[in-house]
Design a binder for this molecule. Structure first.
Ligand SMILES: Cc1cc2nc3c(=O)[nH]c(=O)nc-3n(C[C@H](O)[C@H](O)[C@H](O)COP(=O)(O)O)c2cc1C
Length: 424
């Protein structure tokens, strides 16, 4: 299959392509020999066009990580990571929503010691920022899920896993607080639900995170224009030595114009009720954006919701999750916990969410940038930067511990703002 960008002078044409592929080939040959392991690792860390990640200490905030990851990754993998659905309006809104919320700092309180520890869904956490699920980590780093799981274990933070790392999750080094993602396929029948639940109970999972917003998959139009193949989520973007994309025989790139239809009935609130009755594992519903659905979540007895737009990768034009947070918190009425994600790039974003009643804020792209560049160490660094920013912002706003953050810490502007949107 011919890629539309074939006519454009390709970036890899500017440097000797052969260098990258030759190194890869050589590393592959030598990988089996422990003598050459260091060399092989060095070659594997080379990014698109022969780029190397900068020294990690030169990156001071999540935006620095984004810039470095963009320079490092194959542009098609970058698009898959960064993109939103359709017009990407919700992608910009996720960031712009934060600009409408203004911190009201209070002074002359004792803030010499700041404590970001939090209790979320019955778990004591070192900080109220969690690792969101993300599929396709191999597109950015081979074996990425394991790197993220290891970082979660080291940090002791809440981690929602996409699975595939069972051995690690059942080992002595496993994270203490891990949740398994399902997008509904496990809930198709009582039998599949039981198998799923029993496995997670045996494995010692903390809970189940049911993502409710991806019953149909959106049009991610950057990837569609790139002729992206979903298989590349598992394998990375394959190119030949001249940099041309490699398609398998008869392979179908992501496209549009197909009428949506699924072979199975899709999950309903009744299924969530059945799941609730089946297990004592905690259950959270991810992708909730309204008071109505939060009230339903309370009714069916789940433990919490994650107010989320799936990183603006599913339904477009839904606004920023931070804007939907207040109505969901109000509907939860303290009966279940409300978490939130979408566009969190700064400690101050987290502070605003906690002030609006969220118990914790999730991130995906920021840790994926760190993971892409440095594996486990990058994930740890990104989360550390975020929670230390949060602590500093608390110190500058007069709150010494998470429990002291309340609704009075912010006010919401009632007019629209423009301003920097998402990183593209
Ligand atoms: C590359 C990528 C893959 C994702 N895959 C999933 C997924 O498999 N399941 C899911 O519930 N959410 C998925 N998400 C959404 C995140 O869990 C999260 O809701 C969102 O990305 C948070 O916004 P942020 O990326 O701006 O931090 C994915 C996000 C990205 C960027």
């Amino acid at each position: 299959m011919k890629h539309p960008n074939d006519q454009i002078p390709a970036p890899w044409a500017r440097t000797p392509t052969s260098r990258r592929s030759a190194l890869r080939g050589l590393a592959g040959l030598l990988l089996t020999s422990p003598l050459f392991q260091d060399f092989a690792e060095a070659a594997a860390k080379e990014g698109f066009n022969g780029n190397q990640p900068p020294p990690i200490d030169d990156l001071f905030n999540t935006f620095d990580f984004a810039k470095a990851a963009k320079e490092y990754l194959d542009p098609i993998a970058w698009d898959y990571l960064a993109e939103g659905a359709s017009d990407e309006v919700a992608l910009d809104d996720a960031r712009r929503g934060f600009n409408r919320i203004i911190i009201r700092p209070r002074f002359l309180t004792d803030v010499h010691e700041i404590d970001v520890k939090a209790n979320v869904l019955g778990q004591n956490l070192p900080f109220p920022i969690f690792i969101d699920p993300s599929g396709g980590k191999n597109c950015f780093l081979d074996g990425g899920e394991l790197e993220v799981a290891k970082a979660a274990a080291k940090l002791g933070c809440m981690y929602i896993s996409n699975g595939g790392v069972d051995e690690f999750l059942t080992s002595a080094e496993a994270p203490k607080n891990w949740w398994m993602l399902t997008t509904g396929s496990h809930l198709r029948s009582k039998g599949t639900m039981e198998t799923f639940v029993e496995k997670l109970e045996d494995m010692g999972a903390t809970g189940i995170c049911f993502t409710v917003d991806i019953i149909h998959v959106s049009h991610r139009e950057r990837s569609i224009h790139n002729k992206f193949v979903r298989r590349w989520c598992d394998t990375g973007v394959p190119r030949d030595s001249a940099g041309k994309l490699i398609y398998a025989e008869g392979e179908q790139a992501w496209t549009t114009g197909n009428y949506p239809h699924l072979a199975f009935p899709t999950p309903t609130w009744e299924d969530v009720k059945t799941l609730r009755e089946m297990t004592d594992l905690k259950i959270i519903l991810k992708g909730i954006l309204t008071a109505e659905d939060t009230a339903k979540a309370v009714e069916v007895g789940v433990d919490g919701v994650v107010v989320s737009s799936h990183g603006a990768r599913q339904m477009d034009h839904v606004g920023g999750p931070i804007e939907a947070l207040p109505e969901c918190v109000e509907a939860a009425n303290g009966k279940i916990e409300v978490l939130v994600d979408g566009g969190f790039r700064r400690g101050s974003d987290v502070l605003k969410a906690l002030s609006l009643g969220a118990k914790a804020a999730g991130v995906a792209r920021p840790y994926l940038w760190g993971m892409t560049l440095y594996g486990q160490q990058g994930v740890e660094r990104v989360l550390t930067l975020l929670y230390t920013e949060l602590a500093l912002d608390m110190g500058m706003s007069g709150v010494a511990k998470i429990g002291d953050i309340d609704r009075k810490l912010v006010r919401i502007r009632d007019y629209e703002l423009t301003g920097p949107g998402a990183i593209r």
